[in-house]
Design a protein around this ligand. Structure first.
Ligand SMILES: Nc1ncnc2c1ncn2[C@@H]1O[C@H](COP(=O)(O)OP(=O)(O)OP(=O)(O)O)[C@@H](O)[C@H]1O
Length: 765
């Protein structure tokens, strides 16, 4: 049994001395991990005691046991002591020597070799420290001298255990063990336990260890979920012996730090929806953070590492989400056995389009310290990456099938992410993602590609769509480009998200049906050839409309061509939106050829044909002559102008921009004048417009004074509007008014003059 009394001196094995110094020197920049290591040891000790008490033949009675960990910062002057206690399994004298004085795990020399290779690389060192069970030595990072007092539970072999203290200095290569002069003080808290006391020196730069705020932060960051047992922090910072007298006062000064349970450890079947929603708040720092859906599973990496994970979809993306640079998401919390390891797995760990997800992964065995630099070499993390992407897509798919309405909302939020995902993914994933999108169509407000295919016409080979960035589905539905397919009874998807056209082009087809942009000329419906009558009709139409087509080609040679390689209006818009003002391609982009398709069934086109027929013949003019030299008849000029407006309008209706809006408006005005019977030459009158008074001579109050005297918006009276009489608005007769303006004398009283001025300003408005 334990020989009592005097202090026993032990020498560290030479390897351990070396080791300690490596740990101490290579981890200089990551000092705060010491607390995580201590808490994780305490957690293990508590867990071990519970397990031991449950094992057969155990004499340990845990009926009155309070399993917990306490942290206390005792300041004295500028330095002090940090004390971490647990009511866990504790250590006997020989266990103290063995566990803290030697290395239980094999592979010491392997560790030393690795550590030597990277002696100055703190990161590598921190990775090794957990791998080889050296956590305890990290206490020397902040403390020059460490004491561990411990007492094991009573057993048949050791019915009266004695509390011993292990003491070691950071500098020396020896440690001492002695009977704790305070007696079995730890038995006040429970049947056994351990107390670690770190001396924190004033002026050492480690004074922060005694700052409760900092301690709280560290626990929240690293150990919030690490313990199934409560972790308490003593809230008073100045140690006062007298205050611990009464039990009640004593308890009041302890604050529980780990309030949230590690929900992911539970069986998903036993977790309520409420619990999932509440837990989300712990993951998303946004004040009114809500989740729109989640998945929770237990998995295996395939290389033997099992893990538990939760994945959440936020209800909203931050406003600046798509503008955020890389590396700012930190949306995956990686833990190992409930101990937080990192939320920085590297900028491109998950694809950017999935970075809105909030994820927790808790692995069963990984080196406790995983740094970004060592990620690439970690097999589990490489496998996990693929697992997470697959799980995300599965989760989306499940919600879209089981909660169609909810998905409708979600896909509005993350639809663009899914589109980007489609562009970045390949094969199966792309098809799965495509199936998740919902589009407006000419048949329904919201359809999936699946719905579209299910509703296809007999023998239909294509999925028709029209894309127009930023346009409403209603306005797309009125586009002349879909008149024909709709008239024939085909459903057309109306796509208005920026990436839609690109995404459809990439997807190519869905369930064997080719994706067809109806804005592209020359596509076939696939059933044309079967119909001889249709063919004959087309031939006739071609013949009948030839004069119009010829005339159009002659007159509008530039903008009209029958080549098939134009951009769709949508693509033109996208390209222009991305082009810089001084882009040399800009004028070219504006002028990309477009294809004019005329509908022979349109009365407008029939009317045009008639007018072209009626034009005086000009066959005698040589084609090569300069067009300006041709003397054009008045009718032809007029027709030309009308057709130009028609062409521009067709462009606008098809989603293109006209290259020169002013000219377009001039033409429209001229057309309007003609239809109203107003002369083309009549000018807008500028006489009678009241000139502004001369430049002011008086002085104004300065800006601040004026601001103070200005009434708020609420004080602004009336506004302009027509007076409503009993029979509706009262308008004044314009001709009457005009004549009054000409004869000012008629304005007899002030009131009338005010009426008039107001009426005039209405007119101008
Ligand atoms: N609070 C404690 N209660 C009981 N035993 C402890 C306590 N702290 C440490 N020990 C014992 O000391 C051993 C060494 O601890 P150390 O932190 O150096 O490594 P580890 O805990 O084994 O490994 P790791 O740091 O990777 O978890 C532990 O395995 C444990 O047996």
């Amino acid at each position: 049994e334990e020989p009592e009394a005097q202090v026993e001196k032990h020498r560290y094995e030479s390897d351990i001395s070396k080791l300690r110094s490596i740990v101490i020197h290579s981890l200089y920049s990551q000092k705060d991990i010491f607390l995580r290591e201590l808490l994780s040891n305490s957690q293990d000790a508590l867990e071990k005691l519970r397990l031991t008490s449950l094992s057969e033949g155990s004499y340990i009675n845990l009926d009155d046991w309070k399993g917990n960990i306490t942290i206390e910062a005792r300041k004295s002057g500028n330095g002090g002591q940090l004390i971490v206690r647990d009511t866990g399994i504790g250590m006997s004298k020989s266990e103290l020597a063995k566990n803290l004085g030697t290395i239980a795990k094999s592979g010491t020399s392997e560790f030393l070799n690795k550590a030597d290779d990277s002696s100055s690389a703190g990161v590598e060192g921190s990775n090794l420290i957990g791998q080889f069970g050296l956590g305890f030595y990290s206490t020397f990072l902040v403390s020059p001298s460490v004491k561990v007092s411990s007492i094991p539970p009573a057993t048949t072999e050791n019915p009266h255990p004695v509390q011993h203290t292990f003491e070691s200095n950071a500098s020396g290569d020896e440690f001492t063990i002695y009977v704790d002069p305070r007696g079995n003080s730890l038995l006040e808290q429970g049947p056994c336990g351990t107390e670690v006391v770190l001396d924190i020196e004033a002026g050492s730069g480690n004074e922060w260890v005694l700052d409760n705020k900092k301690l709280e932060e560290l626990v929240e960051k690293h150990s919030q979920f690490s313990s199934n047992f409560p972790i308490y922090l003593r809230s008073s910072t100045v140690y006062d012996e007298a205050s611990t007298d009464s039990e009640e006062e004593h308890l009041e000064t302890w604050v529980k730090l780990n309030k949230k349970q590690p929900l992911w450890m539970k069986d998903p079947k036993s977790v309520t929806e409420q619990e999932y929603r509440e837990f989300y708040a712990a993951l998303d720092p946004a004040p009114d953070a809500k989740t729109a859906g989640w998945t929770h599973w237990k998995g295996d990496s395939g290389s033997g590492v099992s893990f538990r994970a939760m994945m959440y979809i936020p209800a909203k993306l931050p406003e600046d989400f798509w503008n955020k640079g890389p590396g700012v998401f930190r949306n995956i919390r990686l833990l190992v056995k409930r101990v937080f390891i990192t939320d920085d797995l590297g900028d491109d760990y998950l694809p950017r389009w999935l970075s809105f997800l909030k994820i927790v992964v808790d692995a069963d065995d990984l080196p406790l310290n995983v740094s970004r630099e060592t990620l690439q070499s970690n097999k589990f993390l490489r496998q996990l990456k693929r697992i997470l992407v697959r799980k995300a897509i599965d989760m989306f798919t499940r919600i879209s099938k089981e909660e169609a309405e909810e998905w409708q909302k979600i896909q509005k939020t993350i639809g663009n992410a899914i589109r980007i995902g489609m562009v970045e993914s390949d094969g199966k994933d792309r098809v799965k993602l495509a199936g998740l999108l919902r589009f407006a169509s000419t048949r329904e407000e919201s359809v999936s590609l699946e719905d579209y295919v299910d509703n296809r016409r007999d023998g239909q080979q294509q999925i028709y769509f029209l894309a127009g960035v930023g346009e409403s589905a209603e306005s797309l539905a009125r586009s002349p480009l879909i008149e024909k397919p709709v008239a024939r009874g085909y459903e057309v998807l109306l796509l208005n998200a920026p990436a839609d056209e690109t995404v459809m082009a990439q997807l190519g087809s869905y369930r064997g049906l080719k994706l067809q942009d109806v804005a592209k000329a020359g596509f076939k419906y696939g059933d044309e050839d079967e119909d001889a009558q249709e063919k004959a009709e087309l031939k006739m139409q071609n013949k009948a409309f030839r004069p119009l087509i010829e005339w159009l080609k002659k007159e509008f040679r530039g903008p009209i061509s029958d080549d098939n390689y134009g951009w769709s209006a949508n693509m033109q818009k996208l390209m222009m939106a991305n082009a810089r003002e001084d882009d040399p391609m800009l004028p070219m982009m504006k002028q990309m050829p477009k294809i004019l398709e005329i509908n022979p069934r349109s009365p407008l086109i029939e009317g045009l044909l008639e007018r072209v027929h009626d034009l005086p013949q000009s066959d005698d003019v040589d084609e090569d002559d300069d067009a300006d030299a041709v003397v054009m008849s008045e009718e032809e000029k007029e027709l030309r102008e009308t057709v130009q407006v028609l062409l521009d309008t067709a462009m606008i209706r098809s989603g293109f921009m006209v290259s020169d809006t002013n000219t377009y408006f001039d033409r429209v005005e001229s057309l309007l004048r003609r239809s109203l019977g107003v002369s083309q030459n009549a000018k807008t009158r500028i006489d009678g417009v009241k000139p502004a008074p001369p430049v002011a001579q008086d002085t104004l109050p300065d800006a601040e004074e004026a601001a103070a005297a200005t009434p708020g918006m609420g004080d602004i009276p009336g506004g302009v509007g027509f007076e409503m009489g009993a029979d509706g608005p009262q308008f004044m007769d314009w001709q009457d008014l005009k004549s009054k303006v000409g004869t000012e004398k008629l304005l007899e009283d002030q009131e009338q003059s005010e009426d008039l001025v107001e009426a005039l300003s209405h007119d101008e408005l």
